[in-house]
Design a protein around this ligand. Structure first.
Ligand SMILES: [Zn+2]
Length: 765
């Protein structure tokens, strides 16, 4: 009310206006003016105002002596699931001046007024780091209230207070209490948190969806005017204290969020991803979102500032074109890709076709199928990505091979009616109801409009669009015992006294498949990672299940210059024998050398799981093979004779590299207690030298044994990460230290491996 009313008086320049005593006078003058105008227009109206509303104006007049002001309530805090602070509010102050009050404050004495203005401009410009000429301009405005600096913190506010009291400027300068939102982790989880506007109202994320909870109740302060001439012009009394907003406790886990963001950002850069990526980690049993990362995220402390990636797109633009593009980029930057952007899921969707077929009893893991490389449905021929055909294979192998014809057959055996029934039951025709704003709807062939051709393409995940969060929720239902759960990011709301207001637990919407089917799907997905197209997500010591996908983006969405664009994704579940978490890792429009989900999304998906599973308390159980290639502790051989040190190390399976011609080991690299792999190098320094460096080789493209050999020859150790090293076709694709870097001999370099032969292409040929 106040802001909208009073801003009418103020013209264009300042944003927020608060009532002052002078304003009341002006307001009444204006009201009376309007009344006068209305009088000429309608006598009836005037009668109405005078008779009916007479009391209202009387009351307004009396308020010239009594000021009733709202005080700001602090917005509630936001925590992660371990009570790490993600968002908080603090009291800050706005400094204002009241130019129209100078006349009365200095008895209309021009000389004194000018002296005061110049003192204020100089003094405040120093304290508040403002230009004194700008301040002077503010002081000379015809205005009753001008904010000269917003959101200053206590230390600065105290300085301003001292300046006011020292110079007796209390009639013309003042401070208003306000509050400011802080996000201590900068851009971490910004897409989920969202941000607030200048009036602290939630504009995005949970700040928006829980705005009512977070907004507190403002308080009231009544000030009354004392006799003229007294030191204290007003006396204040709190009528009601402001009440802080409710606290939110999220299901997000800061650690898991950090891991997801780290690998997502890396993959987006490495694969030159043009249309962002997202990574969501969810508890499949409860629907709690543990991490939701969207690449190119923003800093909610400065939400309107474009990140560097977007800023470059504004180059060369000006005027309205600049403004339009900037707004478009801001919206893109804020948009929650996991919730607001529907896409064609491609081969990952085969999990759902498979689950429906298992549940309906029309297939089993050992049922045999034949793939000739193509299949014809209603006159349309669909090719398998392996054009020569997969030949005879079981359902389990068809999952590993991501064989299109087999899933087209399963779709046709299910039929339109049953397929649609499961599509619906898996929640793909409704929003998930996640407690975040902007959830997009899916688009799909309705049962009525679905013919054999639409059914065929739908069965392998093309020609319909769902959101990443819908897919993750649906797949969770295929491995958690069969239940469609409701995903959520807030687990509890507490009031300002830390009392629970509400909690969100597990919401089972319905059971879609049986426990049996669910167990079978988990086993099939485990085999996909162990033996099939998901092997790049392998994590030593853990049972990971998953399915990869590479879907073609629909031509109608593409400009002529952009053809053949893809979404490469990986959906993982772990531990595969009783899944607790599911992860969806998705890269939209990868423009690098490779775009297959199995090659670009499965490796980072595996890396995330390799860090998240131990963190969640799952102990690794290594296979015999894995144990053989595990790293071992380096012995302490410093001080020993070279010959004895060498034999100690070789007994353990290490190689010794002697530098210098002394006969005693003076230092060693790696140091005692470090872990290196079987066959690794320990450099023994025997002369004066303590360290020798060498150039790091380029390992990319090498097989496991070639990397081993190159590293040993150069005098480095390697630690192996990524795809199961026993699988064929595995080569190195990145390394922790850049090629050519000079490093001390014996240093351990992490080399990442993947299988480049995985194919999970779902687009039809
Ligand atoms: Zn095939």
């Amino acid at each position: 009310m106040w802001q909208s009313l009073s801003s009418k008086f103020e013209g264009s320049r300042k944003m927020s206006i608060k009532p002052t005593k002078m304003m009341w006078k002006r307001m009444i003058t204006v009201v009376l003016l309007i009344t006068l105008i209305m009088f000429t227009v309608s006598g009836v109206q005037l009668t109405n105002i005078m008779i009916v509303k007479g009391d209202f104006y009387k009351e307004k007049a009396s308020q010239q002596q009594l000021y009733d002001t709202e005080t700001t309530a602090l917005r509630g805090d936001i925590y992660d699931c371990n009570m790490n602070l993600l968002a908080t509010s603090a009291t800050v102050w706005n400094v204002y001046v009241t130019p129209n009050d100078f006349k009365s404050a200095y008895d209309n004495d021009k000389q004194r007024m000018e002296t005061a203005k110049s003192k204020i401009a100089t003094g405040l410009s120093e304290i508040l780091s403002l230009k004194s000429e700008d301040l002077l301009e503010d002081l000379n405005q015809k205005s009753s209230y001008v904010i000269i600096k917003r959101n200053i913190e206590k230390q600065l506010a105290d300085k301003v207070r001292k300046f006011i009291s020292d110079g007796q400027f209390g009639d013309v300068i003042g401070l208003d209490e306000s509050s400011k939102r802080y996000y201590p982790n900068e851009s971490l989880a910004s897409t989920v948190l969202g941000f607030v506007g200048s009036d602290n109202q939630g504009l995005y994320g949970v700040e928006l969806s829980y705005n009512t909870q977070l907004t507190g109740t403002p308080g009231r302060v009544v000030a009354s005017k004392n006799a003229q001439g007294s030191d204290m012009k007003f006396s204040y009394e709190y009528v009601e204290k402001a009440k802080k907003g409710n606290t939110l406790i999220l299901t997000l886990d800061t650690y898991i969020q950090e891991v997801a963001e780290k690998y997502l950002d890396e993959a987006v850069v490495e694969n030159k991803v043009a249309d962002r990526g997202t990574c969501v980690v969810m508890n499949v049993k409860t629907g709690a979102i543990l991490a939701m990362a969207v690449s190119g995220d923003f800093n909610p402390n400065k939400p309107f500032e474009l990140s560097s990636k977007y800023k470059t797109q504004l180059k060369g633009l000006s005027g309205s074109k600049y403004k339009k593009k900037k707004a478009e980029l801001q919206n893109k930057m804020w948009r929650n890709k996991a919730v607001s952007d529907a896409y064609e899921p491609g081969s990952v969707f085969k999990i759902l076709t498979c689950a429906a077929a298992l549940e309906e009893g029309i297939t089993t893991p050992t049922t045999s199928y034949n793939c000739s490389g193509q299949i014809t449905v209603a006159g349309n021929t669909y090719h398998c990505h392996l054009t020569t055909g997969h030949g005879t294979q079981t359902l389990s192998q068809a999952m590993q091979n991501s064989c299109n014809p087999v899933f087209i057959s399963l779709g046709s055996m299910l039929g339109v009616k049953t397929f649609s029934k499961y599509f619906n039951a898996f929640g793909l025709t409704e929003k998930t109801g996640i407690d975040l704003p902007g959830e997009a709807s899916s688009s799909y062939h309705s049962e009525k409009n679905m013919g054999p051709v639409e059914l065929a393409s739908s069965a392998f995940g093309q020609t319909f669009k769902i959101t990443p969060i819908q897919l993750l929720t649906a797949v969770s239902a295929t491995v958690n015992g069969g239940y469609l759960v409701q995903p959520h990011v807030v687990s509890e709301v507490r009031d300002a006294d830390n009392k629970t207001v509400s909690t969100t637990g597990t919401v089972h919407k319905r059971q879609v498949v049986s426990k049996n089917t669910s167990e079978t799907i988990s086993e099939l997905l485990y085999e996909v990672v162990e033996l099939g197209g998901g092997k790049n997500a392998h994590v030593a010591g853990y049972k990971i299940g998953g399915k990869t996908g590479t879907s073609q983006k629909v031509a109608e969405n593409l400009s002529a210059s952009k053809t053949n664009l893809y979404v490469g994704s990986f959906l993982g579940v772990a531990p595969a024998d009783d899944p607790e978490i599911a992860i969806l890792f998705l890269l939209d429009e990868p423009m690098g050398d490779n775009y297959y989900g199995g090659t670009i999304s499965a490796p980072p998906g595996g890396k995330i799981l390799s860090e998240v599973l131990p963190y969640l308390g799952y102990e690794p159980h290594y296979s015999e093979e894995e144990l053989k290639s595990m790293s071992k502790n380096v012995d302490n051989v410093t001080g020993e004779k070279v010959s004895s040190a060498t034999s100690t190390l070789s007994a353990k399976g290490f190689k010794a590299k002697v530098v210098g011609d002394g006969d005693t080991v003076q230092s060693q690299m790696p140091e005692a207690g470090s872990k290196i792999y079987d066959g690794g190098v320990v450099v023994l320094y025997t002369g004066g030298k303590k360290s020798t460096t060498a150039k790091v080789p380029d390992f990319t493209g090498m097989t496991v044994s070639a990397v081993n050999e190159a590293a040993t020859n150069a005098g480095f150790n390697v630690s192996f990460e990524g795809a199961s090293l026993t699988a064929s076709g595995v080569t190195a694709y990145s390394q922790s230290e850049k090629k050519g870097t000079k490093l001390p001999l014996g240093t351990t370099i992490t080399v990442y491996f993947r299988d480049n032969t995985t194919v999970d292409f779902s687009a039809q040929g």
